[in-house]
Design a protein around this ligand. Sequence first.
Ligand SMILES: Cc1cc2nc3c(=O)[nH]c(=O)nc-3n(C[C@H](O)[C@H](O)[C@H](O)COP(=O)(O)O)c2cc1C
Length: 234
Amino acid sequence: MDVIAARLARRPKDAVIGLNLGANKDSDDRPGDFARVLTACGAHLDFATVNVSSPNTEKLRDLQGKAALGALLGRVLEARDALERRVPVFLKIAPDLTDAELADIAEVALAAGIDAIIATNTTLDRAGLHGAHAAETGGLSGAPLFEKSTRVLARLGALTEGRVPLIGVGGIGSAAQAYAKICAGASAVQLYTALIYDGLSLAGEIAGGLDRLLARDGFATLAEAVGSKREDWT
Ligand SMILES: Cc1cc2nc3c(=O)[nH]c(=O)nc-3n(C[C@H](O)[C@H](O)[C@H](O)COP(=O)(O)O)c2cc1C
């Protein structure tokens, strides 16, 4: 944390920086860990993400439960409010949640006043996969995650009805897929795995492709398209 805070203090001033907050695996005060990272690094951030959805940290996803999440968000937002500048705080959720769990998360996130919800992190699901690596443990990202994460995004849109912006992530590798996330309810998208295959130029390609898709469907702005096809995914 201290090393990263020092590095962030030297960041290029025109860079947009979002920091993922997490807890140590062996911590006996996980909410305290999240809050401490934000306190240490908050001066250098454009946004922070509360990550309760990585399957690679033991018991981290337990923090998605209603009571635990409410307490966690309370601690993090208290640390945020003590910063000298207002840093938006996002919540990032897992795709492997039941409808009831998702409804609880939406309720708690709205009550806490979180600035956006990011759907989703990687999955533990291996349905439909075959081949030598299908049984490996850990979070699965990329193409096999696209549909599942988009369904969670759309359900979250139905639960929150525009009261909090949603950020779509999971399996995006093309403008058409970014557009599908937007039409399912995302106001912004993120991608990770596809960058490994296609490199950083993919971001520009997707932005250009999105312009063409919006024009094709008669949308003057991206905001107009947000959630326009949510029913296809719920
Ligand atoms: C190797 C790897 C490491 C990741 N580390 C994190 C992490 O530290 N925090 C987090 O919130 N998500 C993490 N993710 C999840 C990604 O940010 C993203 O939500 C997920 O991979 C789905 O998007 P994608 O299909 O475009 O990769 C990681 C994913 C991968 C593949």
